[in-house]
Design a protein around this ligand. Structure first.
Ligand SMILES: [Zn+2]
Length: 312
């Protein structure tokens, strides 16, 4: 969708574990004395081997949260079932074969428009979250402490319960690694060529996480993976429309009316006034933490409009 870049936003966030977090690695490693269920780790070139929150895990939680929200307020045009018999990717296969990008977009549900399908590139990408701010350069003392705390994993024993007798099945005990409570992770989510409602859905999903209605990782029913999710800042850029930066706009206000109709964009909503500066070939708007609330309110109104009586 859209061969040019009209606008983009970078949401910087902080996730702090309220209960232990277990995002499992696919394999158990080679250590014979190691746990059966280990946390996923990566090797950061500057800061070494560490636990982290993979962008794919967080994106999966954000997508399923948004899908649930859309399904409760709209019909199937709000969110298809990607694993069901007739998801958007399957329905628009022929359109995609004909390279008819606008029609594929027009016939995709709101969730697929945001996160993509097998025939449509998503607008939203989520990056890995690390237990330090600085991807480059030295860590502060606080970051060092946080990195050490995150990697001081807890090991909890678990048991398999025999469903008939209700007792421990054959004495089976397994060990599970967990990132402890009280540890922070930092990272970004990015949106490109987005409408106001898409930024609103992203904010809404982060709020669901923050309030504990959505959790990260495994063991959710056992209370694991509750996090506080805080939006630290918002950076937005858009294609200039004159000599001086104008107000920030959703993509529906930046492309022509014909293209908006071809792609089946929803009616666009206004974003809050913000002072911008020319930055390279784009106009840049840096939204401070104090002003993020105004953006959350404005984009929540766009979500409300998009999810009431939406016709695609
Ligand atoms: Zn869909």
């Amino acid at each position: 969708m859209f061969k040019a870049s009209y606008n983009r936003a970078l949401v910087r966030m902080e996730l702090t574990t309220v209960t232990p977090l277990s995002i499992r690695a696919g394999d158990i490693g080679l250590d014979p004395a190691g746990c059966e269920l280990v946390c996923i780790r990566t090797r950061h070139a500057l800061h070494g081997r560490t636990v982290f929150v993979p962008g794919s895990s967080l994106k999966g939680v954000l997508r399923s949260t948004i899908e649930a929200q859309l399904r409760s307020t709209t019909d199937a045009t709000g969110a298809c079932d990607p694993l069901g018999s007739n998801p958007c990717g399957k329905r628009s296969k022929d359109l995609a074969k004909d390279n008819n990008g606008p029609a594929v977009h027009q016939h995709s549900c709101l969730a697929c428009r945001m996160f993509g399908s097998t025939t449509l590139k998503g607008r939203c990408s989520v990056r890995d979250e690390f237990p330090f701010h600085s991807a480059t350069g030295d860590l502060t003392e606080e970051e060092h402490r946080n990195l050490t705390a995150a990697n001081t994993v807890e090991i909890r024993p678990g048991v398999a319960i025999d469903r008939l007798s209700g007792s421990v099945k054959g004495g089976a005990v397994f060990e599970q690694e967990m990132v402890p409570a009280g540890v922070s992770f930092w990272g970004d989510a990015a949106l490109e060529n987005f409408q106001a409602w898409q930024l609103g859905l992203l904010f809404g999903a982060l709020r669901e996480l923050d309030e504990g209605y959505a959790q990260l990782g495994s063991g959710k029913t056992k209370g694991l993976g509750v996090v506080r999710a805080r939006v630290l800042s918002l950076l937005m850029e858009q294609k200039p429309e004159g000599n001086e930066p104008v107000r920030p706009k959703g993509v529906g206000h930046l492309i022509g009316a014909k293209e908006a109709t071809d792609y089946g964009l929803l009616p666009e909503h206004e974003l809050p006034e913000s002072a911008g500066v020319r930055h390279g070939i784009m106009d840049r708007f840096v939204i401070s933490p104090e002003s993020v609330g105004v953006w959350e309110e404005a984009t929540a109104r766009a979500v409300a409009a998009a999810t009431t009586g939406v016709k695609l």
